[in-house]
Every structure is written in C-alpha cells, then in structure tokens.
Design a protein around this ligand. Structure first.
Ligand SMILES: CC(C)(COP(=O)(O)OP(=O)(O)OC[C@H]1O[C@@H](n2cnc3c(N)ncnc32)[C@H](O)[C@@H]1OP(=O)(O)O)[C@@H](O)C(=O)NCCC(=O)NCCS
Length: 187
C-alpha cells in the first residue's frame, strides 16, 4: 500500500485500533517506562476508551495527575498528544507547556516516538516541524527538548529543525543516570 503524506491527527476512536495494535506489538510512546507504560495504556483503553482519548488531548491540563518516570504522581501540565498518520499509525508526538508563570516542563516541551516499522522515513523530523507552529501560536518564544547523549537519531531530528544544545546534564539515578542534552529551538 502506498503511504499518504505524513500528517498529525488528534487521537480518536477510528484510529484507536491501530494504536492498540502498536502497543500489543511492544511499542510505547513512553520512551523510558516502555513496556510497563504500554500495558497500563492497554488496561486503560479496555476500561474506558473514551476517557483514555480525552486524557491524551488536554490543553487545559484538566486531566488526572501524570505518572512520572519514577512512578510518582505529579500535577498534569496542559498539553496534547497527536498521532503520526500516513494512512496507518506511525507514532506519537506530545507537546506540553507551562501554566501562566509556571516552570518550564522538566523533560522538555516536546517528545516523540515512531513505531519501529516506520522509522527512517523522515517522520519524526516532519512531525516536529508540524508541532513548532502550534507552539508559536501558543505564544512560546522557544521550546526545549531533552535527549540522551547517545540518542543520535533523536538529535538529528532536533538539529534538522534548528535546535541547539543549551545544557549537558546527567539524569537522576532513578531515571537511569544517563548523560543527556537539553536542546532549544527558537521560534
Ligand atoms: C528517534 C526517532 C523518533 C526517530 O524517528 P524517525 O522517524 O526514524 O526519524 P527520521 O526518519 O526523521 O530521521 C531523523 C534522522 O536520524 C537518522 N536516523 C534515524 N534513525 C537512525 C538510526 N537508527 N541510526 C542512525 N541514524 C538514524 C536519519 O537518517 C535521519 O537523518 P537524515 O536527515 O540524515 O536522514 C525513532 O528512532 C524512535 O522512535 N526512537 C525511540 C524513541 C526515541 O528515542 N524518542 C526520542 C526521545 S528524545
């Protein structure tokens, strides 16, 4: 089947079976909690698919507390999750932003993951390019992203979108302790 041009879609019922299929194949939008997060999402979809979809698209930050990578619950930032779609499910990109006067998101404003069978097609690069105007429309002057220092594909995605490194740091031990980079893209 010939793929359609990549677009970002709002998570919805008609695309949900394709998302569930990706989770069942072991993929997860959560790059750190991985398979555990995938199992949690499958359970949440089985329990109440509509609530699951509503929580993914939450520009008011009205949803329940967010489960951080160490499993602790933290207040949810306003944000939204969009799915990468080329006629099939390709991955997920998340964009969150601070509340009025609030702190910048600790792990960056934007995060993404492409399913393994749709990688190396330029999709993450294109998805990030499509989200940047949304950030500009929300009045942000710049966005930050974080990558592990070893994650060269992700860094390539950011540099292709005009990003530069602003900080080098080590993740807390609870998050694996990896050397990491904070990137900024001026809007
Ligand atoms: C990182 C990730 C999102 C890239 O997605 P993608 O759609 O394959 O990325 P793109 O096709 O836009 O490729 C971006 C660039 O990285 C390069 N690249 C992609 N995968 C690569 C790999 N495995 N090894 C080396 N380079 C790679 C591509 O060649 C491309 O560079 P180019 O401009 O020279 O062609 C994807 O590999 C992924 O989901 N990884 C796991 C989750 C993750 O790491 N998310 C980011 C956390 S910060």
């Amino acid at each position: 089947m010939t793929a359609e041009p990549l677009r970002l879609i709002r998570p919805a019922r008609d695309a949900l079976p394709a998302y569930v299929d990706a989770l069942r194949r072991g993929w997860s939008a959560d790059n750190i909690r991985g398979a555990v997060a995938a199992e949690e999402e499958l359970a949440a979809i089985a329990a109440d698919a509509e609530a699951f979809l509503t929580n993914l698209y939450d520009p008011e930050g009205a949803g329940p507390p967010y489960k951080a990578h160490d499993g602790t619950l933290v207040p949810r930032l306003p944000g939204l999750r969009l799915w990468l779609w080329d006629g099939e499910f390709c991955g997920s990109i998340g964009f969150r932003w601070p509340r009025e006067g609030g702190e910048r998101p600790e792990h960056g404003h934007i995060g993404y993951a492409v399913v393994p069978w749709k990688r190396r097609l330029g999709y993450a690069t294109r998805a990030l390019a499509l989200v940047l105007p949304m950030a500009r429309e929300r009045g942000l002057a710049s966005v930050e992203l974080t990558t592990e220092a070893a994650n060269l594909p992700s860094q390539q995605v950011i540099t292709a979108n005009g990003g530069r490194v602003v900080e080098r740091f080590f993740k807390p031990d609870a998050h694996g302790g990896a050397e990491s980079l904070r990137w900024r893209i001026e809007l």
